[in-house]
Design a protein around this ligand. Structure first.
Ligand code: BDR
Ligand code: CA
Length: 311
């Protein structure tokens, strides 16, 4: 089977870290051409460090690029649920190599040009990096096969009543991406909130001795503990589901809608607004929105992936 060329963009972040580990373990299916970090859950210096440290700790030499340190035209709003460093109390040995020193625009463009019409772009943080690249290179849109995001939601939010965190942080960037004309899958809260991390998954991962599983367990344990502090019994590993859809598309069901993003609203900033009733007939559906998820299929996929790293 031909491997899918991918660029991965994270604001690492607890669930980003699990998504990254899953991606690194899926290299029989995906050819990870480049990885970038963006400011989001925590400032860029930390999301970038977390990303490079994880890639290096897992012994991988994929280029990691530092992207945007703030949204296109707003101050950065960070999350509170990932701890100060973005990875809670989990400490990873510092990377033994440097970042790829290309600009984020050039790196994304070059990666896309190296696999024209084939590249799948995964963005699981604010969409600032891809928006910057699309602004600098208008023909980039024709070189990317599909954009898959964790972000947005058809109904309700987690940042405000209307908007999901990644969409809220940089709605202007998401608006550019959604309207770029690239086929797009939105893995939003409508499905990611259904995949609550079950304890049996952690128990299964605890039986494993490979470094991927060991790191995942520490991150998941922190996430559950932290969420308890906030009064929740569950944790959601949103970003890993978005990655999963690239290698295991059947895990979700989608509906195509015309979607746009509210950038100005007083209470709706970052709202991903879908045309449910076809009241904009001149607008074609531009986003495949995830509406259902095979919850057991997702967790079994993840556990099997971490098992596959056992010698
Ligand atoms: C999204 O927000 C971030 O905090 C997570 O990493 C995820 O990408 C969920 O709304
Ligand atoms: Ca994220």
């Amino acid at each position: 089977m031909n491997r899918i060329p991918v660029h991965l963009d994270f604001d690492t972040g607890i669930d980003d870290a699990i998504a990254l580990l899953c991606a690194l373990l899926s290299q029989d299916k995906v050819d990870i051409r480049s990885i970038s970090a963006v400011a989001g859950n925590v400032p860029l210096e930390l999301t970038a460090k977390n990303t490079l440290d994880i890639v290096c700790a897992m012994g991988q030499d994929i280029p990691v690029i530092k992207g945007a340190d703030k949204p296109l035209r707003r101050p950065l709003h960070c999350a509170i649920s990932h701890g100060k460093s973005g990875l809670g109390d989990v400490v990873i040995p510092p990377a033994d190599r440097e970042f790829d020193n290309r600009t984020i625009e050039d790196a994304i463009y070059e990666t896309a040009c190296d696999a024209p019409g084939e590249l799948v772009y995964l963005g699981v943080g604010p969409q600032t990096n891809l928006a910057l690249a699309l602004k600098k290179y208008p023909d980039l849109k024709d070189k990317i096969k599909r954009v898959v995001i964790m972000g947005g939601c058809l109904i309700g939010g987690n940042m405000t009543q209307a908007s999901e965190f990644n969409a809220y942080v940089d709605p202007d960037a998401l608006r550019i991406v959604v309207n770029a004309g690239i086929p797009m899958t939105m893995v939003g809260l409508d499905v990611t909130l259904k995949t609550e991390l079950p304890l049996w998954v952690i128990e299964e991962l605890k039986k494993l001795s490979n470094p991927y599983a060991k790191l995942a367990v520490r991150i998941m344990d922190f996430s559950l503990w932290r969420n308890k502090e906030f009064g929740f019994d569950v944790a959601n590993i949103h970003d890993a589901l978005a990655f999963c859809t690239i290698v295991y598309p059947e895990v979700i069901q989608t509906k195509a809608y015309y979607v746009d993003v509210e950038t100005e609203g007083e209470i709706t900033r970052g709202m991903t607004v879908a045309d449910f009733r076809n009241v904009c007939p001149d607008k074609k559906p531009n986003v495949d929105c995830a509406v259902e998820v095979d919850v057991d299929g997702f967790w079994n996929w993840m556990v099997n992936l971490f098992r596959s790293a056992e010698k």
